[in-house]
Design a protein around this ligand. Structure first.
Ligand code: HEM
Length: 103
């Protein structure tokens, strides 16, 4: 619901986040934190966490196409499986008719 805060520390800095968490200028956050404001210690903890999170961005995936490849192979496997299960579905219509008619 809220935003990705990975870069919040770089954007707002320590002073910015402190004032943001004390004043909570966004309606949704105001609703929550006016009733139960964060203590200075909690704000300090959140800032330390955001600083750490911003300096260690998650590594980019090593195989960005893997998801598409697995999806494609998975789809082919499922289609193949159903083909195999229903391999006889088109047989047995014309042949019995022709056989019956020739009697
Ligand atoms: C300690 C916890 C939280 C921190 C540190 C925090 C921090 C922030 C920050 C830095 C922004 C500004 C983001 C930007 O404009 O780039 C923001 C916006 C916002 N936050 Fe939080 N937040 C917290 C908890 C929550 C919670 C619990 C909710 C709701 C369940 C919430 C909902 C929102 C919403 C809706 C916005 C406005 C996003 C927009 O439309 O621009 N936040 N928050």
């Amino acid at each position: 619901m809220g935003k990705d805060l990975t870069t919040a520390y770089a954007t707002f800095g320590e002073a910015g986040i402190t004032s943001l968490l004390k004043t909570t200028p966004f309606p949704m956050m105001k609703e929550i934190y006016t009733a139960k404001p964060l203590t200075s210690a909690e704000i300090g903890g959140v800032i330390a966490f955001l600083k750490e999170a911003g300096s260690n961005p998650p590594p980019a995936s090593q195989y960005p196409n893997l998801f598409v490849i697995i999806g494609g192979v998975g789809a082919l496997l499922i289609i193949g499986l159903f083909q195999w299960f229903w391999r006889g579905r088109l047989a047995g219509v014309r042949r019995p008719l022709v056989k019956g008619g020739s009697k």
